[in-house]
Design a protein. Structure first.
Lengths: 338, 338
């Protein structure tokens, strides 16, 4: 075994250079509603083709490849869903993630990876100057519409971590509020909290809809514009900074956190939600590999370690920084006190 | 452990939908000569950036992601090549595979996967009518230039399997000769063999160069045109059909094999080299997943099982079909007697 395992092999090269085809197969299956069409059944390629209204060859090849990838099981000639596919890829499931493909494969995101060597060589994006950090970038409307359901476990975990004072009215600011999941989780858990959502104008229309749907519209207001320059208001008990800092360089993050510090009451908390790799920057892979997304889509973003966040927070005037993994998600919360 | 492993998780969804970024990272590393720049050394991101003449941030993020993917090792802050990367991804290595990216990521191939659901739904390619099976398709010139080194182990294995009569002059026909690796391996192993290479005109210029370089130009001739209609000649001891049949439907494969049968001497052998999955069509994964490439790039191609090849061969008049894996490659040889 050991000898075989150590023998040089081109297998990983082939698998990786062709990995784009795996993304394409999964996207096609979601586009065709293949997982939804299987549901709780065990079906042959012919039956599945009929349900998807497609010729059989393509469905059979797709289903075999989805089995190889681990999304289906195959018993003799019949395909069925794995437990994870049933939960996350069937449209009627509350945890359905298929809609996220609209953001994750939006042209602005996929094009960012068509010439990554040029981006690396020149030290600036090969597509546009600011990537997804440009003002009013349309990707964030797509993100707000597509990614909300996926954020539920992380946002609930974050709200659990930071209970607000229930004996008085409190104020929460949600930076890059987007789908609203983080702020709404705090507002629901704290009935006396008023939620202020900050984002680009077109995005806030989505946040507003979500606040309405969550029944917290009477405790909800908005701030429109650039989080680096707009007036943030003051006297907040908590400022949520979910999936925002990774888009910027460490100096800009520190500058931004100073603004957050100034907007918090003394003793108020900043709640950063992020992909936080270990100090080795290669584990755990789901968090560490997020740096690649930032390399492709932002001029200076990164997946920062906890030590790096600590340093930014101290420079910005915070104390008692702490790290809290949010299982089963790939993300962590970094908390600190103003 | 078991409970965790069985708990539904969106991890596979994320990893697969973003897998295109892995291909992009590997392609960027090859484009930048990153593996060649590391060579036998252990280098920091700063040193590697200097060697690649790139800003450090991009090189650091890329190197971390290549480590996560298994192409590099990282010890403290220093990166080094894995044994496989040293053999296959350093430009001075005889087994260098980096050039294959030119074919594997040629626009015609990558575009085939941008709208796979449309291809599946309509039962025809969303790009062009015939895909890579169109006459004189330029992808095959790229293939011939890029893929030769990669075929060396398979072509040597195939030539070993079918020794020709050394006591007389023999004749070998190489269908879709391309880089020439298969035919040249037979010609080199059998000094009295004359090699006839068949392919499109522009491709045969590459084959001719390779025959010259291999020192067999005096035992080499060509047939230009469509393998389904051009005169194949006759009296061959062996007809090589490497990586050709997977582009077509089973009926066309059978029709083609009848032509091969007619061109062979009685007792002559057809030597098919292919990705041959097991009857379950999902193992071994490297062979079985090749069906996805055919779904994306050909109107009716597939990865056929040995039973399917047997059936085609019997219908075409062959007997004694046999299957021979060609380790360490992902391919197998199917032999049969005329």
């Amino acid at each position: 075994m050991a000898a075989t395992d150590n023998a040089p092999s081109p297998q990983l090269f082939f698998e990786t250079i062709n990995a784009f085809q795996k993304s394409a197969a999964l996207k096609a299956a979601i586009d065709l509603g293949l997982f939804t069409a299987i549901g709780g059944d065990s079906v042959t390629a012919a039956e599945l083709a009929a349900r998807c209204q497609c010729p059989e060859r393509g469905i059979r090849i797709l289903a075999d490849n989805l089995t190889i990838l681990g999304f289906l099981t195959k018993d003799a000639a019949s395909y069925a869903l794995t437990p994870s596919s049933a939960v996350f890829l069937v449209q009627s499931s509350p945890a359905y993630m298929g809609a996220a493909v609209k953001f994750l494969h939006a042209p602005g995101l996929t094009e960012a990876f068509t010439d990554l060597s040029s981006t690396i060589r020149r030290g600036r994006l090969h597509t546009t100057e600011q990537g997804t950090t440009a003002p009013d970038h349309p990707a964030w409307v797509e993100f707000a519409r597509a990614m909300g359901p996926m954020m539920a476990p992380t946002s609930l975990g974050a709200a659990e971590l930071v209970p607000l004072d229930a004996s008085r009215d409190t104020r929460v600011l949600d930076i890059s509020a987007s789908h609203g999941a983080y702020g709404i989780a705090f507002a629901r858990k704290n009935p006396r909290a008023h939620l202020v959502a900050l984002d680009w104008e077109a995005v806030l229309a989505v946040t507003q809809e979500q606040a309405q749907a969550a029944g917290i519209a009477d405790r909800f207001s908005t701030i429109t514009g650039d989080a680096f320059t707009v007036d943030l208001g003051s006297d907040y008990d908590a400022v949520l900074v979910p999936n925002f800092l990774h888009h910027f360089n460490a100096e800009d993050c520190t500058r931004f956190l100073k603004r957050v510090h100034a907007a918090l009451r003394p003793g108020g908390k900043v709640v950063i939600v992020e992909f936080v790799p270990n100090a080795d920057r290669i584990t755990p892979p789901p968090a560490a590999s997020f740096s690649l997304v930032m390399l492709g889509t932002t001029p200076e973003g990164d997946a920062y370690t906890f030590a790096e966040y600590q340093q930014m927070l101290v420079k910005a005037g915070f104390h008692d920084a702490s790290l809290h993994p949010l299982p089963p998600t790939m993300q962590s919360a970094v908390l600190a006190v103003a």
